[in-house]
Design a protein around this ligand. Structure first.
Ligand SMILES: *Cc1c(COP(=O)(O)O)cnc(C)c1O
Length: 233
């Protein structure tokens, strides 16, 4: 078995353990394999091991990888998730080529993605990125702005607002990791209580996925635990 296949098994086992500990069904948690900086061959190995959803941060790298992967396995249905910072002049290829975007933090970007989403594709799945670490982080909408942003994004015709995403400041202690994810969960539940119909909490990476699952993550975004450590970014 390849290293990537073995790593996927180990990650799956930790998702299962965290789900059981939280009294949640394993099927309620999706694994997004974050393949940024790794070549198409690594993605193909993961596909051979049964993985079908991949997260990418850098647009040009992602487009090249998608082309290589679809040439190699044209019949495979792969879901591609954009999880990197979005510049407004790069929204068109994102709207054309991805199935999900996790990093929407401004209405202007959402409007462009909606306008540019091709008619022959399903609406683009969107998560709003929230800054739950305050001053320590520059990315994500402020919690105070979130409700207005969510209401506006939910109206856009070619988008489907699925949920919230966050990248908390790194913490090593489980309880502190969990406290950050708890803030995102509270915001999510608060918006749904006001009538939003979101089903996705995108939170948890290689080093904190157990805490994220304890707080209700429905997508964990895992890179290095599957593909190994990244040598550049
Ligand atoms: C790189 C990245 C990940 C994966 O991080 P690992 O620590 O390698 O698991 C997850 N989410 C986002 C937004 C990333 O940029």
């Amino acid at each position: 078995m390849s290293t990537i296949a073995q790593n996927l098994q180990a990650v799956d086992a930790s998702i299962l353990a965290a789900a059981s500990a939280a009294g949640r069904a394993r099927e309620a948690i999706g694994l997004l394999a974050v393949s940024k900086t790794f070549p198409p061959e690594a993605v193909l190995e993961a596909i051979a091991a049964g993985q079908h959803a991949f997260g990418e941060n850098y647009l040009q790298e992602a487009l090249d990888k998608m082309t290589a992967v679809s040439r190699a396995v044209p019949a495979q249905e792969i879901a591609w998730h954009f999880i990197g910072p979005i510049q407004s002049n790069k929204t068109r290829p994102i709207a054309q080529h991805f199935d999900w975007v996790h990093t929407v933090e401004r209405l202007k970007i959402a409007q462009r993605l909606s306008e540019q989403r091709p008619e022959d594709k399903a609406p683009l799945n969107i998560c709003l990125q929230v800054n739950i670490s305050g001053e320590a982080s520059k990315s994500g909408a402020a919690p105070e702005e979130l409700e207005a942003l969510a209401q506006a994004v939910a109206q856009l015709p070619r988008l489907r607002l699925r949920g919230l995403m966050a990248i908390p400041e790194p913490e090593t202690e489980f309880d502190r990791q969990r406290a950050a994810f708890h803030r995102l969960r509270n915001l999510f539940e608060g918006l749904n209580a006001k009538g939003m119909e979101m089903d996705t909490l995108s939170m948890g990476m290689s080093s904190d996925l157990q805490a994220a699952i304890a707080e209700g993550a429905t997508i964990v975004r895992v890179g290095s635990a599957i593909f190994g450590s990244r040598h550049y970014e």
